[in-house]
Design a protein around this ligand. Structure first.
Ligand code: CP3
Length: 353
């Protein structure tokens, strides 16, 4: 009976209800990058850890920074503290984070160079991440859902092929357009690794998983179908077979009008909207097929006050009458005053109250 109660209580978490398509009186909320450099207590732990990857791979510290924003703002979900680039790292492409420079990797740019990568060490390297998830499930308040995540193959591949961040994606496009079969081998490896990584997260206790496709907007229509939609659809197909109870959210940032049809084509339960997606269009065109999530401009959170409240109100009024999760349109930026996050939390929580 106790187990049954626990299971029922789990199902009642507001985030999970919204992802089943329920329209809640007050939409649940969480914020992408809710743990991070805008919080002084994060910077303190980050300093202790020394290196960003050490922080990701130390369950004690990763649990602590995951919980920090919840203590202040009581979001409806925690998102596992890790990074999308732990997957290439665990495939054998070591990763460095340089202060002010972002991630740096020794690039993989041909089928021959793919031989440097394999899945043999994947779960050993990622074991600390699974341990972080197990501990978080013990520590979270009963109504707070735990979100696991991974990068979508296209976005992860951009870092692997470019060797870090990029402005024009010239190198990866040259490979993907010029040698689609060869590039497809890298993408197939990422589909396998990402599916297994998400499955292991669900087994450790993740109740929702999100796929971040931050650079989806870099691709024209035909390539978008092949390199954004199809890999995500394949991951979702496999993941739903092994974990039908765990909903998937995808965030194809910058997809523009290609947001239409994306949820149907991939089978995701939740669709993350970037800040440029028009709200009325989203309500009419997208909300019939998926639970929507988003989409306050993170810079509005830096502004705060009346302009921010006005914009949040507009989002809630337009999307809050369908299945909806309030969030930002991209991650919190380091310049964000924590007081503004408190204002946001207060405003969303008291909406329609
Ligand atoms: O709070 C959370 O959202 C959970 C943790 C999380 C991080 N990164 C921590 C992080 C999540 C979900 C991510 C996802 C991620 N990582 C994405 C997709 C979402 C997005 O923001 O577009 C991408 C593209 C990455 C890759 C990445 N990680 C880059 C390009 C950088 C450097 C740029 C930057 O913002 O500094 C990171 C570093 C990173 N990931 C930090 C954090 C808190 C900052 C590192 C530090 O503390 O020094």
């Amino acid at each position: 009976m106790a187990n049954q109660d626990e299971a029922d209580q789990g199902r009642d978490k507001p985030l999970l209800r919204a992802l089943r398509g329920e329209i809640l009186e007050r939409p649940p909320f969480w914020l992408m990058r809710q743990a991070g450099r805008y919080l002084p207590e994060y910077l303190e732990v980050r300093r202790q850890a020394g290196d960003f990857l050490t922080l990701c791979y130390s369950p004690d510290l990763a649990v602590e920074v995951t919980l920090q924003p919840l203590r202040r703002f009581a979001m409806d979900a925690a998102i596992l503290f890790a990074d999308i680039l732990v997957v290439p790292d665990a495939l054998g492409q070591p990763l460095n984070y340089r202060e002010g420079e972002g991630p740096v990797l020794e690039p993989v740019r041909s089928v021959a160079e793919l031989s440097r990568l394999d899945m043999a060490g994947l779960h050993d390297r990622l074991a600390p991440v699974y341990e972080t998830i197990r501990r978080l499930r013990q520590e979270l308040p009963p109504s707070t859902a735990l979100i696991g995540f991974a990068g979508a193959p296209w976005t992860v591949a951009t870092y692997m092929v470019e060797g870090g961040g990029s402005r024009d994606f010239a190198t990866i496009k040259a490979w993907a357009y010029g040698d689609p079969d060869g590039f497809g081998e890298l993408m197939a490896l990422l589909v396998d690794a990402t599916t297994e990584y998400l499955e292991a997260q669900a087994e450790a206790g993740a109740e929702v998983v999100q796929l971040f496709d931050t650079w989806a907007g870099a691709l024209p229509e035909s390539a978008f179908g092949r390199w954004c939609v199809e890999p995500v659809a394949e991951i979702v197909r496999r993941f739903r077979k092994s974990h039908p109870e765990v909903p998937v959210i995808a965030f194809p940032r910058g997809a523009g009008v290609l947001y239409a049809g994306y949820a149907q084509a991939t089978g995701v339960a939740g669709l993350g909207l970037d800040a440029t997606v028009p709200l009325g269009w989203a309500a009419e065109t997208l909300q019939t097929g998926a639970t929507l999530q988003g989409n306050l401009d993170p810079l509005m959170l830096v502004t705060g006050g009346e302009p921010m409240r006005h914009e949040i109100g507009r989002i809630l009024e337009t999307l809050g009458n369908g299945p909806f999760i309030f969030n930002l349109g991209h991650g919190i930026i380091p310049a964000t005053p924590p007081d503004h996050v408190a204002e946001l939390a207060e405003f969303v929580r008291s909406w329609r109250a």
